[in-house]
Design a protein around this ligand. Structure first.
Ligand SMILES: [Zn+2]
Ligand SMILES: [Zn+2]
Length: 781
C-alpha cells in the first residue's frame, strides 16, 4: 500500500445552491465522501449546503465531479462554488447540525408524489408500513405544504408534534438509509393517523372498532357517497366517477353545474382504458410531479360523461400520496377528485374548516392529524407538440422559481383577477406562487395575502416595487394600492404586455418579439377592453401594432355570461338587423324583447363597452352556431366550439395530419389606421352565416373558423415582420389553451419561417400575468 504523502492531500470547501434540502442531498454527500475515503463534514444553512472534504487529490476531484453528475433525482443544483485550501486534518466524515443565517434563503422543494420504493412498502403485507398512509422518504412526500420556516428541519414543519419511535429514529440517523434525515419520516406507531367522520364530525371508525378508516371510506364511495379527503395541500372531494347520480349530486352541492372535474385512477393501464395516452403524457402522469393531465377521452370509457359535460378532453391523474394509493386500490374504480371548496373559494385546509365549509357537500370526511401549512391545489398540464405545458401551476411545481435571464430587483407582481397568482422576483429568480384562485371573494384575498407573507418570509424578500394591472376594480389592484407605503413604488402594467413578457420570461428571452396576446378581457390604455392584440414588445416597452376591430359588448359583464348577447351585438353592428334572421340557431333562444334591448344599448352606447377581444369572438361564434349561448364557467363557449371542430375532423386523436388536412377558411380584411393594423370581421361573419344557411355542419364551420384565426395571426405577423425585421413570435393569453388553434397557428408560423415561443413552465392564461408584471416592473425604473 502506498503511503499518502502530504503533497497529494487536497482539501476543498464547497457550497451547493439550488433545491438541495429535503431531497436526500446530505446522505448522498455522505455516501460520496465515504466512497472516496474523504474526511470532513456537510451541513445545511439557510442558503446552501456547505461541504468540506479532504483526502487524496484525485479522490477530491472525483468527488467534485460526481457531486454534480450523480446528485439525487429530486435535487436541482443551481450553482456549485469550490475553494481549495490547506488541509485541516479531519478524522472522519460527519453530518453536522443545520445553521440558520439572517437574511439568507434557499430554494424549497415542492411536494413530491410517492416513490416506487415507498409504494412497494405500502403494498407489502409483511412491511411495518403496510397500508400506512403517511409513508415517505427523502425521495418523496410532503415538503412545501408542511414547511413553516427554513432551514428545512422537522421542528420547523407541521411534523414537529410527532416524536419518532426508536425504529424511525434509527432510519433517520442512519446515513445509509433511504430515510436518513427525511424530516416527515413516520410509521403507524409514531406518526399521523387518519380518521373517518360523518359531516357532523362524529367518529365513524373508532380505533376500538378495529375498522380501517380508508377501507370504510372506500365502501362508502362504492355506495355512492361523497367523501372529503384531506390530502397534501387541502381537501379533495371524491366520488365514484362512473356513477352519474353522485357526480350530479356533487355538482349541485358544489354549485358547479358543468365545469369539468378531474378523475384519479390507480395505474397507467387504467388511464389507457379511459384516455388516449401518448408516451409523453405517460411520462408526465408518472413523473414525481404527477399533475392532472388533460388527454383525449375515449368514446368507450366507463367514466360518466357528467364528469366533463360536452368535452372530449378528460383531466386525469394518478395517486400521488400513499392514502390515494390505498384508497384507489381498495375501491378499484376511478374516482372524481376535485378541490374541496364551494365554487370559487380557496381549497379547504384544516379539519375544522373543512367540516364547517364542506359539510353541505360531503357526506363523510377522511381526515388526519398532520397539519397542512400551505394550501396547494392540484396542478393541471397538457402535452402539446411533445412539450409539457402547465395550465394551472401549483402542487409539485411551486414554489420552485422560474430562472430569469437578468439580475432582478425585489418586485411583487400582484396579478390580475381570474386564476390569480402573485410573483416575487429576486436575484435570478421569479418566485411565482402556486395557483391562488379567482380574486372575487374575501377568502381568496386572505389566502393571497397570507401566501405573499409566507413567500416573503421563506425567501427573505421585502419588495421595493409593486406591479399591478391597469384595471382599477380588480381586488389585486386594490391590494397593491393599499400596500403602497412611502418608499414603495407602484407600477401599473398593461395586461397584454404582461402576457407577452410572461412568455418571454418563460422562455428565457430578452430581445423584442412580435407578441400575439389573445384572451377574454384586459383593460387597455384607451379605456376599452383589449384581448385580440398584436404587440411588438420586450420587458421595457411595448407598441400596440394591431388588433381586432372594436365591437360593442351589449350589457358589458352580462355579455360575457351570455355569449348570445355578444353574437347578436356583433351581427347588428357588422351586418345590420336584416342579417338577424329567425332561422339562425342563436335566435332560437332570443326573444324580441332581448333583441330590442341589445339594439338600444348599442345604438345609444349604453353599457356597451368596446372590445377587441379574441375570447369574445370565439364566444360569439359559439353562440351563433347554437353551441353555447349561456355559460357556467369562464371559457365554456370557446371550449365547446373547439370540441365541435374535433367531432368534424378527428375521431381518435388530434393528430397534426388531421389538422393540416383541412385548410378551408373564411375571408377577413386588414386595414391600417394611423399605423395600427385593424382586423375587420364583417366578411368573416357574413360568410360564416352563409355557411349556416347552406346547412354546413357546425363541426366543419368550427374548423374553418379556427383556420381563419390562425391565418389571421400568420398574415399579421408577416406584415409586422416586414416592417420591424423581427422573426420571433410569442403566443400568450388564455385563448391559446385552445389546442386546435395553437397547433394550427404554430404550424403556419413555423411554415412561414418564424421562430415561435409558447408557454411551458407557466400558464398562458392569467395565472402567468403576475410574472409578466414583475419582470416589466424590473425594467421600469
Ligand atoms: Zn419514497
Ligand atoms: Zn415510527
Amino acid at each position: 500500500m502506498s503511503k499518502v504523502t502530504k503533497q497529494s492531500i487536497k482539501s476543498a470547501s464547497i457550497s451547493v445552491r439550488g433545491i438541495v434540502q429535503g431531497v436526500g442531498f446530505r446522505p448522498f454527500v455522505y455516501g460520496l465522501a465515504v466512497k472516496h475515503s474523504l474526511k470532513g463534514w456537510v451541513y445545511n444553512t439557510s442558503e446552501d449546503v456547505r461541504i468540506e472534504v479532504e483526502g487524496e487529490a484525485e479522490a477530491v476531484e472525483q468527488f467534485e465531479l460526481e457531486l454534480k453528475t450523480e446528485a439525487p433525482p429530486l435535487a436541482h443544483i443551481e450553482a456549485v462554488t469550490i475553494e481549495h485550501h490547506a488541509p485541516r486534518g479531519y478524522k472522519n466524515f460527519e453530518i453536522r447540525y443545520s445553521q440558520k443565517q439572517e437574511g439568507k434563503y434557499q430554494l424549497i422543494s415542492p411536494d413530491v408524489a410517492t416513490c416506487q420504493a415507498c409504494l412497494g412498502e405500502l403494498l407489502n403485507a409483511e412491511d411495518r408500513r403496510y397500508r400506512y398512509p403517511f409513508t415517505n422518504c427523502t425521495n418523496c412526500g410532503p415538503r412545501f405544504t408542511i414547511i413553516e420556516d427554513m432551514p428545512y428541519d422537522r421542528p420547523q414543519t407541521t411534523m414537529r408534534y410527532f416524536q419518532m419511535c426508536a425504529q424511525c429514529q434509527a432510519e433517520y440517523d442512519n446515513p445509509l438509509d433511504r430515510r436518513f434525515h427525511a424530516q416527515p419520516n413516520a410509521c403507524p406507531k409514531c406518526g399521523p393517523q387518519v380518521e373517518l367522520v360523518d359531516n357532523q364530525g362524529n367518529l365513524v371508525t373508532p380505533i376500538e372498532s378495529g375498522t380501517d378508516p380508508i377501507a370504510a371510506a372506500s365502501q362508502l364511495l362504492k355506495e355512492g357517497k361523497i367523501v372529503a379527503i384531506k390530502g397534501l395541500g387541502g381537501f379533495l372531494l371524491a366520488c365514484d366517477a362512473m356513477n352519474d347520480t353522485v357526480v350530479n349530486t356533487l355538482r349541485r352541492r358544489k354549485k358547479r353545474s358543468s365545469k369539468p372535474f378531474a378523475i384519479m385512477v390507480t395505474t397507467v393501464d387504467e388511464a389507457k382504458r379511459h384516455c388516449y395516452v401518448s408516451p409523453e403524457e405517460k411520462n408526465l402522469l408518472t413523473s414525481p410531479q404527477s399533475p392532472i393531465v388533460l388527454m383525449m377521452w375515449k368514446e368507450d370509457s366507463s367514466v360518466s360523461r357528467e364528469v366533463a359535460p360536452n368535452l372530449r378532453f378528460l383531466g386525469l391523474m394518478l395517486p400521488y400520496t400513499p392514502l390515494h394509493h390505498i384508497l384507489l386500490r381498495d375501491i378499484g374504480r376511478p374516482l372524481v377528485m376535485t378541490s374541496g371548496n364551494l365554487s370559487e373559494e380557496p381549497i379547504a385546509r384544516d379539519n375544522d374548516e373543512a367540516l364547517r365549509r364542506l359539510s353541505g357537500i360531503a357526506d363523510y370526511f377522511l381526515i388526519h392529524n398532520r397539519d397542512i401549512y400551505s394550501r396547494y391545489d392540484d396542478s393541471v398540464a397538457i402535452v402539446e407538440r411533445g412539450t409539457n405545458q402547465l395550465i394551472r401551476r401549483a402542487r409539485s411545481y411551486a414554489p420552485y422559481p422560474i430562472r430569469l435571464p437578468f439580475e432582478a430587483k425585489q418586485v411583487l407582481g400582484c396579478g390580475a383577477e381570474e386564476k390569480n397568482t402573485f410573483c416575487l422576483t429576486k436575484d435570478n429568480y421569479a418566485f411565482l406562487s402556486q395557483h391562488i384562485g379567482d380574486m372575487e371573494n374575501m377568502e381568496t384575498l386572505e389566502h393571497f395575502d397570507s401566501t405573499i407573507s409566507l413567500y416573503k418570509r421563506l425567501f427573505h424578500m421585502e419588495p421595493e416595487i409593486i406591479a399591478h394591472d391597469l384595471h382599477p376594480d380588480y381586488l389585486a389592484t386594490k391590494y397593491a394600492q393599499e400596500l403602497c407605503e412611502s418608499g414603495i413604488r407602484l407600477i401599473p402594467v398593461q395586461h397584454h404586455h404582461a402576457h407577452i413578457a410572461s412568455c418571454l420570461a418563460d422562455n428565457g428571452l430578452e430581445s423584442p418579439v412580435i407578441g400575439v396576446a389573445f384572451d377574454g378581457t384586459g383593460m387597455g390604455t384607451d379605456g376599452n377592453i383589449w384581448g385580440g392584440e398584436f404587440l411588438v414588445a420586450d420587458y421595457r416597452n411595448y407598441e400596440r401594432v394591431g388588433h381586432l376591430e372594436y365591437l360593442p359588448l351589449p350589457g358589458g359583464d352580462a355579455a360575457i355570461k351570455s355569449p348570445r348577447r355578444t353574437a347578436i351585438g356583433y351581427i347588428l353592428t357588422l351586418l345590420g338587423e336584416d342579417a338577424l334572421s329567425r332561422d339562425l340557431p342563436v335566435m332560437r333562444e332570443a326573444d324580441e324583447m332581448e333583441v330590442e334591448v341589445i339594439k338600444r344599448q348599442i345604438e345609444r352606447k349604453i353599457n356597451s363597452p368596446l372590445s377587441s377581444s379574441m375570447g369574445r369572438l370565439f364566444d360569439a361564434i359559439s353562440a351563433l352556431l347554437g353551441i353555447r349561448s349561456e355559460i357556467d364557467y369562464e371559457g365554456q363557449a370557446a371550449v365547446e366550439l373547439e370540441m365541435a371542430a374535433y367531432s368534424s375532423v378527428i375521431a381518435r386523436s388530434v393528430s397534426d395530419e388531421a389538422i393540416s388536412a383541412n385548410n378551408e377558411s373564411y375571408p377577413y380584411h386588414i386595414e391600417e389606421d394611423e399605423g395600427i393594423r385593424i382586423v375587420h370581421l364583417r366578411d368573416l361573419l357574413s360568410a360564416l352565416i352563409e355557411d349556416l344557411h347552406r346547412g354546413i355542419s357546425k363541426g366543419r364551420i368550427s374548423v374553418k373558423f379556427h383556420n381563419t384565426v390562425a391565418h389571421m395571426i400568420n398574415e399579421m405577423c408577416h406584415l409586422i415582420a416586414n416592417e420591424t425585421g423581427i422573426s420571433q413570435v410569442a403566443l400568450s393569453g388564455g385563448v391559446f389553451q385552445n389546442r386546435l388553434l395553437l397547433k394550427k397557428t404554430v404550424s403556419l408560423l413555423e411554415g412561414s419561417g418564424f421562430q415561435v415561443f409558447t408557454h411551458r413552465q407557466i400558464p398562458c392564461n392569467d395565472g402567468g400575468i403576475s410574472l409578466g408584471q414583475a419582470v416589466i416592473a424590473n425594467f421600469s425604473i
